[in-house]
Design a protein around this ligand. Sequence first.
Ligand code: AMX
Length: 435
Amino acid sequence: SNLLKDRLREIIPIKQALLRDIRKQYGQKEICKVTVDQAIGGMRNVFGLFYDISLLDSKTGITFRDYNIPEIQEYLQKAKNGNEPLPEALFWLLLTGDFPSDQEFKFVQEEWRRRGELDQETIKFITSLPKQLHPMTMLSSSILYLQKDSTFQKAYESGKASKPQYWEYYYEDAMDLVAKIPRVAALIYRHKYKNGDLISSDNSLDWAANYSHMMGFNQFDAYELFRMYLSIHADHEGGNVSAHATHLVGSALADQYLSYSAGINGLAGPLHGLANQEVLKWLIEIREKLGDKVSNEKIQEYVLNTIREGRVVPGYGHAVLRNTDPRYIHQKNFAERLIKNDPLVELVKQCYHVIPPVLKTIGKIQNPWPNVDAHSGVLLNHYGLKEFEYYTVVFAVSRALGCTANLVWARAFGLPIERPGSITMRWIEEKFGEN
Ligand code: AMX
């Protein structure tokens, strides 16, 4: 039997009824007012999206179905002798709202093993991509290529799919896409950086460890890093660029592949997921220019110079968070537990003390604290992933969990095509002008 789909079949009608009640009871309540400034300013604090699987609090950070990062670490299944949550369990939680039993966890793991292999055409497509492409471009293209296998697209085209069943096809596509994405990503890595010397999957490993293995990293601690990394990047509520882009494109009934490829394209922007490649570049630049054992004063100066040059300090600031990102703290704890004597990890720690006070002196910066990307690069680097151009791909493998889980629910709730209104300068002047 299909444990996860059966569970969804049970809870979807309950949640649908709940949503109907909520609309009946609160449908006409006002959530917030929208000012002209907000319309022009990237819709900060405009609550106009419905996204049920995770929520971001500006002070305490992300919760996945109401559970924060330390709770995720405590309650989700872990590998034998491991400390980090396993993404299979997180996916069950995101989809159902419950922690999985061991049997349910194993079900997801087995399904992903079963669905994860790539056919020869797909392997040929990926290993024929021009090597000069950015790995995020390769990933987005490869996900688009996999769209040939979309069960939703086929059912819709043949007229077989009726609206109440859409979510079932989105579920199938989510499971396939998530099962395959580590193989796609590892193939891109080996093709681009390792002369096409491919490594087959090892199905005795869990999903995250298998990804690490297919990249070529086989230490237990590297497995732990991938388990942790792929869990904490999975979702960040609905308004961030990758989640929002996926949700928006999906609202046009574009299938999971078309929708998540769009999300990946947004994640590839330097103000969003690409920041983790930028952080490592920036840290290495500091060490090249200032040497190791750099003083706090020199770092301060370097930060101010970066800003003077019109660049952003990567890894710091956030559109919503107003505190140190708990995902940063989680990675810091990981590093303190498992990594000794890595100069770049030490530099990240030093920056954590030095940079926020400097950014606070720049009045316009709303949040001087580090975000998730300030730490992840040095951890990947420590375990041998030196090609920092590739870092955002690991982020994208993780974000597939949240983005695809949300689309299953978007279809289960029967959410309509997203279509907010837009305004012009003339419209604003005519509406609010004196005459
Ligand atoms: N370095 C320098 N300037 C910064 C800054 C930083 N780290 N963070 C914000 N600012 C600047 C902005 O560029 C903006 O300047 P402007 O008015 O001249 O355009 C001003 O401060 C106000 O910005 P804000 O309201 O504090 O932030 P925002 O919501 O507009 O942007 C973010 C948020 C993340 C894009 C921004 O903080 C940034 O560019 N940070 C560096 C890149 C980064 O780490 N991105 C990753 C974010 C997490 C993620 O999505 N993965």
